[in-house]
Design a protein around this ligand. Structure first.
Ligand code: AKG
Ligand code: FE2
Length: 203
């Protein structure tokens, strides 16, 4: 099993993808500083999805920022990116420095408490291209995060801490699903930023 890549980073996945957990890339106080800014200045909106032809509004809030007016379609709804804020630009640059990849957009999620999560999915939309790199920054409540192989159903769990960075790359989106499981124990909000690279503006 190839546990380490060239930079001695540990791959959380045993095969068919690469997930690197960098742990804290911000101190506890820096992380809370950004948490407060993000909570207050981001244009949070309830997410809409079309599930089995029915329009549903999620309790979880989302926002979408990027370099240009990218439009992005998933779960049957189209969103247009807002321009970067100062804090988001700082966090984008920090994430890029840590993982050595460039990003042009960011999907943000606000989970008010452990009742809210995200179901099994892959970020394999056409607009992200193949073998895309996704940098995931977490703030606030510490939550479990899980991967499930599409063929073998093997499961891998990890913990996403306040101020931590997780990077998904290689064939991860092709071969693995991921989710944020709900948990009745979590009583506080969590904010997640996934920095992404859109390769085409046509959804
Ligand atoms: O909240 C998270 O940690 C992950 C969110 C996610 O998977 C996504 O936005 O695609
Ligand atoms: Fe995802």
């Amino acid at each position: 099993m190839d546990l380490f890549n060239n930079d001695n980073e540990i791959n959380l996945l045993p095969y068919d993808g690469e997930v690197i957990y960098y742990g804290h890339i911000l101190s506890e106080s820096e992380a809370w500083h950004y948490y407060n800014i993000l909570l207050n200045e981001i244009a949070w909106q309830n997410d809409e999805a079309i599930i089995f032809g029915k329009r549903i509004i999620t309790k979880r809030k989302v926002a979408w920022y990027g370099n240009e007016n990218y439009s992005y379609t998933y779960s049957g709804t189209t969103k247009t990116a807002l321009p970067w804020t100062k804090a988001l630009m700082e966090l984008k640059e920090l994430t890029e420095k840590k993982c050595g990849s460039k990003f042009n957009s960011c999907l943000l999620n606000l989970y008010h408490d452990g009742d809210e999560g995200m179901a099994w999915h892959s970020d394999d939309e056409k607009s992200l291209g193949r073998n895309t790199v996704i940098g995931s920054l977490s703030f606030g409540a510490v939550r479990k995060f899980s991967f499930k192989h599409k063929g073998t159903s093997q499961k891998i769990d990890t913990i996403l801490d306040n101020g931590s960075l997780l990077v998904m790359k290689g064939e991860t989106q092709t071969n693995w699903l991921h989710r944020l499981p709900p948990s009745t124990k979590i009583k506080h909000p969590r904010i997640n930023l996934t920095f992404r690279t859109i390769v085409t503006n046509k959804p």
